[in-house]
Design a protein around this ligand. Structure first.
Ligand code: SAH
Length: 341
């Protein structure tokens, strides 16, 4: 049995041809799956019953099941707990902004990167998600709110570049004009910094925004927070960023979680400014969100503003991220594989 929702239109045409069907059937099926968002073959009413039976024998339609939705009292952010076909669960978050609906999706069940401040990596990785399972998070939310999702950020649970092929396929499918057609300009992929994969991604020439989880201005401090820093130095990371910028013309974002006593000094700010300047990156400051197991505290507001001032004085644009959904543990670094009991 094959996962029909993970095929692009071209592949689906080849599939239909191999079944001896007319290739226009592929466009009909693709539309049912990716525009009308149906969950079973019997809803595809312009296909003959015979063809539907045939499809059922060869393919399955991946669906995720909504187990729980938590709504933030502070800002209306909605956090969804979805069950995947094999019983694993992931979380996704819907944020309503004045410019549209933004969904943060998970790309793996768990994560193997081990960043010390992040809840998603506690307990390691279970498996990577299929393209269809990433699409489904958006499809189910679209149906739930009955409104268009205009922005997607791949910043939920998991390291997207550790699931390279499926994530890039997902990007292709979600931005396909024959599907939901979410513009690549409105897609952001966040990575802790897998250098070879950043270069591979650049070579695909997508128009997406790449966000790099920086979190420190020196290798020494970065190693203390993020195991990946033992594998790739900041120099190698910045080189990869500059390769990405050259190839795609897309400006990068650096994400920087401010943690009290770890990475929030004036010296840290100057170091970050010089790294950001090398690739004209925008810096997104995130006062670190509480995760019970880590014990890290957020920098005080004065520190956050002081940090921002130093960046600005050094000619680097920055914003302090407005954290959404903290009261439902739906903010950055708070997503998990399962419910906390
Ligand atoms: N694995 C990817 C995407 C998931 S994390 C990555 O590392 O980029 C999304 C963002 O939230 C990353 O920048 C991550 O470093 C940050 N983050 C993780 N834990 C956090 C926390 N407790 N508070 C604030 N941001 C956090």
């Amino acid at each position: 049995m094959k996962d029909i929702k993970s095929f692009n239109l071209k592949e689906l045409k080849t599939e239909m041809e191999s079944l001896g069907e007319k290739s226009f059937r592929a466009a009909q099926i693709y539309k049912w799956l990716h525009v009308k968002l149906v969950s079973d073959f019997d809803s595809m009413t312009d296909l003959s019953e015979k063809l539907r039976e045939r499809l059922k024998n060869e393919y399955y339609i991946t669906n995720v099941t909504e187990l729980e939705v938590q709504v933030s009292k502070e800002d209306g952010t909605r956090k969804y707990l979805f069950e995947l076909p094999d019983g694993n669960t992931v979380e996704s978050v819907l944020m309503k902004y004045h410019h549209g609906n933004s969904v943060c999706i998970s790309s793996q069940v768990g994560c193997r990167m081990g960043c010390r401040f992040c809840a998603s990596t506690i307990g390691g990785v279970v498996r990577s998600l299929e393209p269809s399972e990433m699409l489904e998070q958006i499809y189910k939310i679209t149906k739930d709110i009955n409104e268009r999702v205009s922005n997607v950020v791949i910043m939920g649970m998991g390291e997207p570049l550790d699931n390279f092929d499926n994530v890039t396929k997902f990007i292709e499918l979600i931005s396909d004009e024959n599907g939901l057609n979410i513009s690549q300009r409105n897609l952001t992929l966040s990575t802790c910094g897998l250098v070879p994969e950043i270069k591979k991604l650049a070579d695909l020439h997508f128009g997406i925004t790449l966000a790099i989880s920086l979190h420190a201005g020196t290798d020494e401090k970065r190693k203390a927070l993020m195991p990946i820093a033992n594998k790739y130095s900041l120099n190698e990371l910045i080189d990869a960023c500059s390769y990405y910028f050259d190839k795609t013309g897309r400006r990068l974002t650096f994400e920087y979680s401010l943690i009290q006593g770890e990475n929030d000094t004036e010296e840290d700010a100057r170091k970050v400014a010089s790294l950001a300047k090398r690739v004209s990156a925008h810096v997104n400051l995130i006062p670190v969100n509480p995760v019970t197991e880590t014990g890290f505290k957020s920098s005080v507001p004065d520190r956050v503003n002081g940090f921002k001032d130093i960046l600005e004085k050094n000619g680097v644009n920055s914003t302090v991220r407005r954290e959404m959904g903290r009261d439902i543990d739906g903010a950055c670094g708070q997503l998990r594989k399962r419910r906390l009991v």
